[in-house]
Design a protein around this ligand. Sequence first.
Ligand code: FEO
Length: 398
Amino acid sequence: MKPAQITKDVYDVGVNDWNIRDFHGYSVDFGTSYNAFLIVDKKIALIDTVKAEFADQLIENISEIIDPKKIDYVISNHTEMDHSGGLPRVMHKVGEDKPLYCSKMGQKNLSRHFRQKWHYHPVENGEELSLGNKTLTFLETRMLHWPDSMFTYLKEDKILFSSDAFGQHYAGTEKFDDAIGHIIMPHAKKYFANILLLYAPLILKLVEHIANLKLEFNMICPDHGMLWRKDPGKIINAYIEWSSQKAKNKAIVIYDTMWHSTEKMADAIIAGLVEQGVEARPYHLRKWNRSDIMTQVLEAKGIIVGSPTLNNGLFPTVSDFLTYMKGLKPKNKIGAAFGSYGWSGESVNLIKNELESTNIEIVDPGVRFQYVPDNDCIQACIEMGKRIGKLINENTSC
Ligand code: FEO
């Protein structure tokens, strides 16, 4: 990816990672990008770097615009290695004596990642840095999504460099939201559901804080995916909506199966839900990546989970998903469990325990059945789907 001029003096010098498909367990079917920004004024600043393996490409991109040695300030909005892995190469090229701006936690975290005696300049929230004609303001965004995270705002151009926030894992030849159109929104939603959902309450506070500061945005530039310039308000409003976690009239049935028994039960539960007019769909855990299912969790009211009993426990993919979902702390959900078993049959209770510890209210005793479901079992699963469907209708109709 060649550097792209995004305004008169601002360039995206980042790179596309076309071939990545697994981003620490999150499926990135369209790759991703690591965006990094060069601001050329009387003084020159670089905001963020890229994954270590792309550092040379970043330096080449910078070199097409200026000699990297001319960079006066390096700014790290976030320590995670997809944005800081290139720092050692960049600092070596730019000059190890150049100031490295970051949050206080950024200094701590970068030191522990790289163990280099760089010239850190830890910033205060709201601190400004003049580049001559342009001014950068640093805004602390602790825990969005790491303790070190911060935004950098370019006052004169009204550009927010938002680190991971408002990003999408998508590699494309397009650079802006207006070039790619609405197809980018599902990627932004998946990103939110898998990276930021846990911090939804903080996001609502941050949006309020930014509104109080009366900051205006001509452009929001995240570190992944498309840059928002046509309507930056669109992604802010989407974040407000997703953070509010208002559930839709929708249920998802997440399961794994060994000999199709638990699968038959899942299908019958779906039939009961649909009979009540609830949007419902099954998700087989070895056919869907956990991150795609998590995107569905974001807006679903009903989370119904099924597992066979394997060696007195849960099927491993079910444990995996329940652990993943618990970490992201979805809110305003109701749930239930089901599953087929051979002789001991612990899975249903184990699922219920996990759902309860995720603060998902168990609203149905569920269905537990030995070996292959018979007609009575299938009918019991349909009835279970109908009961939960009714509750979803009551809970989401107001
Ligand atoms: Fe894109 Fe938190 O790193």
